[in-house]
Write a protein of this length. Structure first.
Length: 205
């Protein structure tokens, strides 16, 4: 049987951009960023919110090996989140799990402890999601967020992600089973509100 499904052209993931906002700058992540990112991997609360089982004192060597190869990837985008005011690397934003036949990607973001609640995550999310739609030509960007992380869910909603459904008991954490919400944003939605759905359709007086 002949397969007539046509895959979409491969987005240019090999070109690693620098994206600038008021509070953050996103640039290609490098192995030199690992020391600044290690608190993110060693923070118990960050591990809980992302559902990351494992050692809370991870070995830095394999992490360095991982980040040393990020520039070579042609099917994903790994960007460092840099605070504009200080120049410090405070996290990462990633588009991964590229599905050519569906023109879709997964999104995730992680910030080091002490940087939450200042609009940094919201701006970083808008920057990379906008790049995904406007430059990479994606149709759908999706994510999962656990029920005990309402702060992150609110960030995603502010950018325009829409809840699609619930993965029941998706995570077992400290003996408790936790649901995860599946959320996504589509290209037509992005081009309608540019990551600001709460002001979409409003006109200035």
């Amino acid at each position: 049987m002949v397969d007539h499904v046509r895959s979409a052209p491969q987005p240019d993931f090999a070109s690693k951009p620098t994206l600038s906002g008021e509070k953050v700058l996103l640039r290609p992540v490098t192995v030199a960023d690992v020391p600044a990112l290690m608190p993110m991997f060693r923070d118990a609360e960050a591990s809980r919110l992302t559902g990351s089982h494992g050692d809370d004192r991870p070995d830095e060597a394999p992490i360095r090996t991982w980040y040393d190869t990020r520039r070579e990837q042609d099917d994903r985008l790994d960007l460092a989140v840099v605070e504009q005011a200080t120049g410090n690397v405070i996290g990462e934003a990633v588009l991964n799990d590229w599905e050519p036949g569906n023109e879709s990607c997964n999104f995730r973001i992680g910030l080091v402890p002490g940087t939450y609640g200042h609009g940094i995550g919201t701006e970083a999310t808008r920057l990379i999601v906008g790049y995904g739609f406007e430059q990479l030509g994606l149709h759908r960007i999706s994510l999962e967020v656990y029920a005990f992380n309402p702060r992150a869910r609110r960030v995603y909603e502010k950018v325009g992600f829409v809840a699609e459904g619930i993965l029941r008991d998706a995570l077992l954490w400290d003996g408790q089973r936790v649901d995860a919400a599946v959320m996504s944003i589509l290209a037509p939605e992005w081009f309608r509100h540019r990551g600001r759905p709460e002001t979409a359709g409003q006109t200035s007086a």
